[in-house]
Design a binder for this molecule. Sequence first.
Ligand SMILES: Cc1ncc(COP(=O)(O)O)c(C=O)c1O
Length: 389
Amino acid sequence: MRMNQVQRSLKPPRPKSDLSSIESLIKAMLKKHRSPLMLIRRCVLEKQYQRFRKCLPEVMPYYAIKANPHQGVIKTFIKLGASFDVASANEMKHVLHLGASPSKIIFANTIKSREDIESARRRRVRLMTFDSEPELYKIAKHYPKAKVLVRIKVANEGSVVELSLKFGSDSDQAFFLLHKAKTLGLVPAGISFHVGSQSKNVENYMQALEISANIFKEAKKNGIRLKIMDIGGGFPIQHFDNEIGVNFERMASQIRKQIKTLFDRDVRFIAEPGRFLVGPAGVLVTQVIGRTFRNNKNYYYLNDGIYADFSGMVFDHCKYEFKTLRRGLRYLSALAGPTCDSFDTMSLNTEIPELYLGDVIYVKNIGAYSSASACPNFNGFPPAKIILV
Ligand SMILES: Cc1ncc(COP(=O)(O)O)c(C=O)c1O
């Protein structure tokens, strides 16, 4: 008997499954804080960053802070050595204030106000994108000698968020625009593209790289040596536990091969991942504040909704997996937010166990394009408190 006890105590503890460790974390956090809570797991931010570096070692990630500009997220990436993609002077000031270096920032919005370009000049953020001739005149006037990347329009086939509807020059205009940049006293540094967000289709990257490599060749033949290839964001994540078709490792290895085949050795590669770096780190914790039975199903009203941390369901076209801490028989249920608006409904057909007031509904993989686009106080309901854990 004694012997058995000793042997048992020598066994290493069984590793906790991700689910049970998330659920323990939620219970612990709810003892200290009121919901709604957006928990951002630092270890997952680190893991995603290292995954990116390992799979695409030649490509420097510039974290697109629009996905989640929380200062804890940015500080974590600064410590890891990341660079940053900003969309406005305000985002630029934010990352600089938190300690990022101006040389590690790209101003990756093809349309910039005069004031924002001047702000970039004052802060020595020299690298920026553009996709039209009028933008070049504006940049040349307000930031002479800026380093510019022409953003080209590429296929966004199958991507959840289409970005080529609004951005990107036709690729046959790219060389003309780079040449124009040079004549205006700017430094034509390279090319950028974006295949659309949550792009599971690696062909988008393959084709975009091929088109870009041809522009690099055309520029070289005509005396312009381009140095930077920006492959944008779009790298996909899993939103559901059993989702298939998302394989970053396989995608990255194909992109890497294409880079090696098509470009000269001295070309510098950068990317602008947002969702991939921060999405998997986020866990949104909400609680049931009201319930009823209507339209033949359970209706649960939560203390967070479409106008706040579920805003990604509208702006990011995102679908989420709703989880509960209860187990057992599942019933067809509807989930709605707290505001006085029927639009504030997250699901009309989720299958979950019966819930009671105060019960938790949580969502994993919701760190990107969620709190970032939440209304600050619609109907007086504040968005989730963000906590780095
Ligand atoms: C210019 C630019 N770069 C990067 C990103 C980040 O994209 P993702 O989150 O899909 O990686 C976006 C997203 O809209 C973007 O517009």
